[in-house]
Design a protein around this ligand. Structure first.
Ligand code: ADP
Ligand code: MG
Ligand code: ZN
Length: 495
């Protein structure tokens, strides 16, 4: 992968122009135009098929209403427009993964158009305009392998054929590899929030393609674009785009002209490779699908879907920051991580009035540390976490004991109060009890006492350390400090 410095040097001379196309499988129980189940993961090849999704002659499609609603919901979430009436179009091309010889898609009347998505980057917030989102059907899957006699074979698995697929296309607004990655991450979060798709990249539920071109800085006209595909993680998206920018810059610097092509990303080699050349415009001979009626989207239907959207990620981050006082970092983590977000919300719900900030700290810090280190799911009871936050907040136990309590609770489910009692973690906050310990420590350390009296304020740190040692770490530091200062005379030192 090109180093950040190398990429930065290239970007002084050239500006990258990037548009992203995302295909995602919609979260429906059945396929787009037949009643076959979409739950084919791990199933025997071709076990989830029927005449419709096998493309047999004479089989007629029936529209899946739920899939349409999921695209409408996504459109509403990105502030897109939805036409009052749309229809289905045939996109004709020949490839073995497409049994009918055409894909049912949407051509000039997409279910959503002119939306946008805003997300944070290391250089601040960035907004990408989304050209369109339309509905189509997924293709079958080709499996290339070897036959019993060593011959090369390609097999077709039709389980995926006809799964509802949403294509979301951006304007060529993106300028950096990081923006491309962040767009994908934010879109995934949005798709999951509205329930449109599980959008798992590794499982092929979300496929990201980046169109990349360069132009000399200060010029307007777009350069020749290259389409990059086969990235199976957001990290790969960023790496692939950065690589492609470097590669194109080197060619342009050498005086070469680029050609329109589709390139694949080889993650292990960290480079893109030529897959096929691309014509300026594919001749798909689109025409309206005669086997399906046009689709009317009445205002009431759209309003119902809008009303059901729930709280979107951007609004939730604003609420966390502005209403609950969380840092931008904590808000971003809690919204991006579903487990953490759920635990945070449930903990606040379990203890009305509890300060949200320490709860966020415990969840984004200690809970995620535990969860990420564990091989198995970690279970933390929200009511118990609320109790723990309260105990630390009121000084009954200190922060570091609190961490041990959380670990023990997550491991066994034992109640927080029981753990505190069993391990004897209660802080000594009682001024009388601590006072006698402080007296002993002062008597045993005359040199430090003299230092403090001579104006060396830092000597108090040593004395508190001795109190902690004497109480096996259970002294309430604030109470102990006050007791020491009181005995030595508050103005006796400590600048
Ligand atoms: P295709 O049918 O080849 O996929 P589209 O018109 O759907 O073409 O555009 C694909 C993507 O390419 C869009 O996201 C668009 O913004 C982007 N794009 C178009 N021109 C350029 C360019 N010169 N450089 C980078 N991206 C571009
Ligand atoms: Mg396209
Ligand atoms: Zn079917």
């Amino acid at each position: 992968m090109p180093t950040a410095e190398a990429t930065a040097a290239v970007l002084e001379r050239y500006e990258a122009v990037i548009g992203v196309e995302v295909h995602c499988q919609l979260k429906t129980a059945s396929k787009m135009f037949c009643s076959c189940s979409t739950a084919y993961d791990g199933a025997r090849p071709n076990s989830h098929t029927c005449p419709v999704c096998l493309g047999l002659p004479g089989a007629l499609p029936v529209m899946n209403k739920r899939a349409v609603e999921l695209v409408m919901a996504t459109g509403a979430a990105i502030g897109a427009q939805t036409p009052a009436a749309t229809r289905w179009d045939r996109k004709n091309y020949f490839y073995p993964d497409l049994p009918k010889g055409y894909q049912i898609s949407q051509y000039d009347l997409p279910l959503a158009s002119a939306g946008r998505l805003t997300f944070d980057t290391s250089e601040g917030p960035f907004t990408v305009q989304i050209t369109r989102a339309h509905l189509e059907e997924d293709t079958a899957k080709l499996v290339h392998g070897e036959g019993p006699n060593g011959e090369r074979l390609s097999l077709v698995d039709f389980n995926r054929s006809g799964v509802p697929l949403m294509e979301i296309v951006t304007e060529p607004d993106i300028r950096t590899a990081e923006q491309a990655r962040r767009y994908g991450e934010e879109l995934q979060l949005l798709l999951r929030t509205v329930g449109a798709s599980d959008a798992d990249m590794e499982r092929g539920q979300m496929r990201v393609e980046a169109n990349v071109s360069l132009r000399p800085r200060g010029t307007e006209a777009f350069g020749t674009r290259v389409e990059v595909k086969n990235m199976n993680s957001f990290r790969s998206v960023e790496r692939a785009v950065a690589f492609e920018i470097e590669r194109q810059a080197a060619l342009l610097d050498a005086g070469e002209t680029l050609r329109m092509e589709t390139r694949g990303w080889a993650d292990d080699r960290g480079e893109t490779y030529h897959m096929r050349s691309k014509e300026t415009s594919d001749d798909y001979r689109y025409f309206p699908e005669p086997d399906l009626p046009p689709l009317r989207v009445d205002a009431a239907w759209l309003a119902e879907i809008r009303a059901d959207l729930g709280e979107l990620p951007a609004a939730r981050r604003v609420r966390y920051e502005e209403a609950l006082g969380l840092s931008a970092y904590d808000a971003a983590v809690l919204v991006a991580d579903a487990d953490a977000g759920r635990l945070f919300e449930a903990t606040l719900a379990a203890a009305p009035g509890l300060d949200a900030k320490p709860v966020a700290n415990w969840v984004t810090g200690d809970y995620l540390r535990l969860r990420n280190a564990a091989a198995e799911p970690v279970s933390v009871d929200p009511a118990q976490l609320a109790r723990l936050v309260a105990l630390v907040g009121e000084g009954t136990i200190n922060r570091s004991s609190g961490r041990d309590v959380l670990d023990a609770h997550a491991a066994t489910g034992e109640a927080v109060d029981a753990i505190v009692a069993r391990l004897g973690l209660r802080q000594i906050s009682d001024a009388g009890a601590l006072g006698s310990v402080v007296d002993e420590v002062l008597a045993a350390n005359p040199a430090a006492v003299a230092d403090f009296r001579a104006g060396k304020g830092q000597a108090i740190g040593f004395l508190i350390g001795q109190v902690m040692k004497a109480t096996k770490g259970q002294a309430n530091a604030a109470v102990a400090t006050a007791a020491i200062r009181e005995r030595l005379g508050a103005d006796g030192g400590g600048k």
